[in-house]
Design a binder for this molecule. Structure first.
Ligand SMILES: [Zn+2]
Length: 289
């Protein structure tokens, strides 16, 4: 046999014949399944060998790296991955697990002192760069600050109804939120103020992205009712007379920003409006001192 194969012509013919018979065999589905199984088994067994596994992973990574060098392939690949990830994240269970896995991975990474140091350095550099812009230019910094606060906190969070400066707000559309894997009904519930552009503050954003209704969401029954026209024209005293409750609260300035806020407890004193209204107007003899 060896002598015969030494003959080049014979070898070529022999290989061709084998390939042909192999192809014919593979056309038989049963044979194909069996052969694939056999190959998978062989690969599994060889992967059990650590050395082979490392080699194999390296080879795969190398092949993938070469493929990714092509821009077109990379774009395709990234798109495919993003789509697959997006579909996976639509499942609540997967999302919870994914978030947990990421948090865990980050925690493990942070246990490494080197990584922690690197992360700190990265953050410090980012802060330094943003400050560096105005390093020697106080006027530029001042005008930047003034332009930022000029508008005042006029942006309304669609979820909690709070007032925010432009830089505390991120803008979204319903499509953008659905793409992040949120359900339509959830978005509808959480975004109480219906505008085309949904504006969200940092606190609401954090809860909404983890599929939670924020504590201060207006949809939790915290929205004020529309004031009827007949009540809009009342004087302060008239308002007080027909108010079913008189609230007592302490309002103080908050820190340096000169905004106002509640401090301490709020006391609601219920009033009996019926008596109030029926004893009016009082005659001179009804006065007590
Ligand atoms: Zn908010």
């Amino acid at each position: 046999m060896r002598e015969r194969r030494a003959n080049d012509e014979f070898r070529l013919l022999d290989n061709r014949r084998r390939a042909k018979s192999h192809k014919a065999e593979r056309q038989n589905n049963e044979f194909k399944t069996q052969e694939n199984e056999r190959r998978a088994e062989a690969l599994k067994i060889s992967r059990e060998n650590d050395g082979f596994k490392t080699e194999d992973n390296k080879r795969r990574a190398e092949a993938h790296k070469i493929e990714r060098e092509s821009d077109e392939f990379k774009a395709e690949d990234n798109k495919r991955r993003a789509e697959a990830h997006q579909i996976e994240r639509q499942s609540d269970e997967f999302k919870t697990q994914d978030n947990k896995r990421r948090a865990e991975a980050h925690k493990i990474e942070r246990q490494n002192d080197e990584f922690k140091e690197e992360e700190r350095r990265r953050n410090a550099l980012r802060m330094y760069n943003s400050r560096d812009k105005y390093k020697n230019n106080f006027d530029a910094m001042k005008s930047n600050y003034e332009s930022k606060i000029k508008e005042g906190p006029t942006h309304i969070c669609s979820c909690c109804g709070g007032l925010w400066f432009a830089y505390s707000i991120r803008e979204y559309t319903v499509e953008m939120l659905t793409k992040k894997g949120l359900k339509k009904e959830f978005i509808d519930k959480v975004c109480y103020l219906k505008h085309e552009i949904i504006e969200l503050c940092a606190t609401c954003r954090k809860d909404i992205m983890s599929n939670k209704i924020p504590n201060l969401a207006l949809s939790n029954g915290l929205a004020f009712y529309e004031i009827p026209d007949c009540l809009k024209i009342l004087t302060e005293l008239e308002e007080r007379l027909i108010s079913p409750r008189i609230p007592f609260m302490v309002i103080r300035t908050l820190g340096f920003s000169k905004q106002f806020g509640l401090k301490g407890n709020l006391v609601n004193v219920p009033m009996n409006v019926d008596t109030n209204v029926s004893i009016l107007p009082r005659s001179f003899s009804d006065t007590y001192t």
